[in-house]
Design a protein around this ligand. Structure first.
Ligand SMILES: [Zn+2]
Length: 243
């Protein structure tokens, strides 16, 4: 039985086909995050990777570290399974999912807080690791941003989603519902965000879709930097001199 943490424990399986075109990046702070689930500023996050080969661990680690320069958090990869963020690569068919930020602290330490399906094409795997770790940092789904301009054809979306084994409730939770505005931090909607699902034009009423976003967007970088402001490297160090 899934506990009440599942509200934000997105299971990310649908519509992640390889992208066919690059999207222009737009330079604005953009995104949506769960304010109660942000990590304390300057935290060191212990990250455990298990049920995967050493080669897979390096691959996952490399993708996670793409977020680091835009935060004041330290990502500390550890060799034991009891980290703050516990990432399983077990081939158990549970797909790609993650808890949101500090929700991970509410899970028993012997349970994973994230799962990555390692059997994917490289572009999808890159997207999955970057997207799920975005959740682990407190980010929510960009396509559920209250200002998104997606003209969903709900019946078609439900039909397509059902073919992938998702119930109407799961589809509502992962595609359509807007997060509680009292517990979220939002800035402008960013359709290029790695936190955005691919939206096939077939499931919209205006035939306008959203491409598959493999990369962390400029908007993602600026938004995460607004949540965890990095200390500029060129900032002079303050030295206290005793008399
Ligand atoms: Zn997600």
């Amino acid at each position: 039985m899934i506990d009440n943490l599942s509200r934000y424990a997105y299971n990310d399986l649908a519509f992640t086909h390889p992208r066919t075109e690059a999207l222009a990046l737009i330079r604005h702070t953009r995104g949506i995050a769960s304010s109660p689930h942000l990590w304390p500023q300057g935290s060191t996050l212990d990250i455990s990777l298990f049920d995967m080969s050493d080669k897979a661990k390096e691959y996952v680690k490399k993708n996670i570290n793409l977020w680091q320069p835009y935060t004041n958090l330290k990502f500390n990869f550890i060799n034991t399974n009891d980290g703050d963020i516990r990432i399983s690569g077990k081939e158990d068919g549970t797909g790609n999912w993650s808890l949101i930020g500090t929700q991970a602290k509410q899970k028993p330490v012997y349970e994973p807080t994230m799962h990555i399906d390692l059997i994917q094409t490289p572009d999808r795997l890159n997207h999955s690791i970057r997207h799920e770790f975005g959740h682990a940092l407190g980010l929510l789904h960009e396509h559920q941003h209250p200002d998104n301009n997606i003209q969903w054809d709900k019946e078609k979306l439900y039909d397509e989603s059902e073919k992938l084994g998702h119930t109407k409730q799961v589809t509502d939770e992962n595609f359509l519902n807007h997060p509680d505005s009292t517990t979220t931090i939002t800035s402008a909607y960013d359709s290029t965000s790695v936190m955005h699902y691919k939206v096939p034009p077939e499931v919209t009423t205006d035939g306008v879709g959203v491409a598959f976003n493999e990369d962390i967007s400029e908007g993602d970088k600026q938004f995460i930097a607004s949540l965890y402001p990095p200390v500029p490297l060129d900032k002079p160090q303050i030295v206290l001199l005793s008399a």
